[in-house]
Design a protein around this ligand. Structure first.
Ligand SMILES: NC(=O)c1ccc[n+]([C@@H]2O[C@H](COP(=O)([O-])OP(=O)(O)OC[C@H]3O[C@@H](n4cnc5c(N)ncnc54)[C@H](OP(=O)(O)O)[C@@H]3O)[C@@H](O)[C@H]2O)c1
Length: 300
């Protein structure tokens, strides 16, 4: 594995982490504890030390599965979680970004994760109005001082939201999580230079463009399982993206190279990107994703 410093948080993260939205049930199926244990154990064996989860991947469901899985070696992992929503059912959640609600969510996340401290606690893709709230950040910085949170992060939405990134430093945030992949390079223009200037770590989320950049889906693919988040997307949009993927596969991915690994290495070719957090459904995907480290230097 290769490790990079996560901006001014100073955390030493594996460049390939594990995203765990999948365990919440919005990716077509639910997960047993044994399945999650096997995925995370494979990650550990390969030197991965970063797990990204959230309050609303199920009602703290993903956090509970992760917490139970790593309680025996908690100190060997870095946990990034998030706040800002009440989960009701799959694809149904309500924003909860006020300071009192977030404090309640933090306590529930600590319980679910079976830990005394969350390494990175991230504002979860909310509006500027929810974000620009000094009371919220004062409360969160008090939790940092109390040791319940080690570092604060911001999951930016939409992907070009310079306002939130500019304000991040003022609120004590040291890490930015943003959509970045071969199909979406928008953050390169303004957000990355701004992060670099302010020594903010960058976590690239959705680095496989929801699995499309694995190259296994061809134009015309339909995601018919209603429990799979991709079934909610416009078919036109899916087809367009898959056509672009086919073009990239043909023109950019060297023959014989696993496209998922290539796509992750493509993100990591920029030193400003501290790490990628691909969602992994089984140990084989973890393995393929971890192998991205062997390709990083193939980008000139
Ligand atoms: N902050 C936010 O608002 C936010 C939003 C989205 C995601 N996230 C975080 O970012 C993580 C990653 O994003 P994501 O899961 O949405 O998208 P992603 O990482 O781009 O894609 C994940 C999907 O790709 C497929 N896949 C993964 N590895 C593969 C491999 N080696 N070969 C072939 N297919 C592979 C799997 O689905 P199939 O096998 O079914 O194709 C998997 O569910 C999430 O898990 C979550 O932790 C955060």
């Amino acid at each position: 594995m290769i490790y990079r410093r996560l901006g001014k948080s100073g955390l030493n993260i594996s460049v390939v982490g594990i995203g765990t939205w999948q365990y919440g049930g919005e990716w077509g199926r639910s997960y047993t504890q044994n399945e999650v244990d096997a995925i995370l154990q494979r990650g550990k064996d390969l030197g991965i030390n970063l797990i990204d989860t959230a309050e609303c991947y199920g009602d703290h469901t993903s956090e509970r599965l992760v917490g139970q899985s790593i309680k025996h070696n908690r100190d060997e992992w870095l946990i990034a979680s998030k706040f800002g929503h009440q989960f009701h059912a799959n694809f149904s959640r309500t924003d909860r970004f006020d300071a009192n609600s977030v404090l309640t969510q933090l306590e529930e996340s600590l319980r679910s994760l079976q830990t005394e401290s969350i390494d990175l606690y991230q504002f979860h893709s909310g509006s500027n109005e929810s974000f620009d709230n000094a009371e919220l950040w004062e409360m969160l910085n008090r939790q940092v001082a109390a040791g319940k949170i080690r570092h604060l992060g911001l999951s930016v939405s939409p992907n070009t939201n310079e306002f939130q990134v500019r304000k991040a430093v003022e609120y004590g945030i040291s890490v930015i999580q943003i959509v970045y992949n071969r199909l979406d390079r928008a953050p390169e223009a303004e957000i990355f230079p701004n992060c670099q200037k302010n020594d903010l770590g960058i976590l690239a989320r959705v680095p496989l463009a929801s699995g499309f950049l694995s190259g296994k889906y061809k134009p015309g693919t339909q995601f018919s399982n209603p429990d799979d988040v991709r079934s909610r997307r416009e078919q036109n949009n899916i087809d367009e993206q898959l056509k672009e993927v086919a073009h990239i596969q043909q023109n950019e991915v060297p023959a014989g190279v696993d496209m998922a690994a290539w796509a992750l290495a493509w993100c990591l070719r920029l030193p400003v990107v501290s790490g990628v957090i691909p969602g992994c459904k089984d140990p084989a995907q973890v393995e393929a994703n971890a192998s991205a480290i062997q390709l990083i230097n193939t980008f000139g």
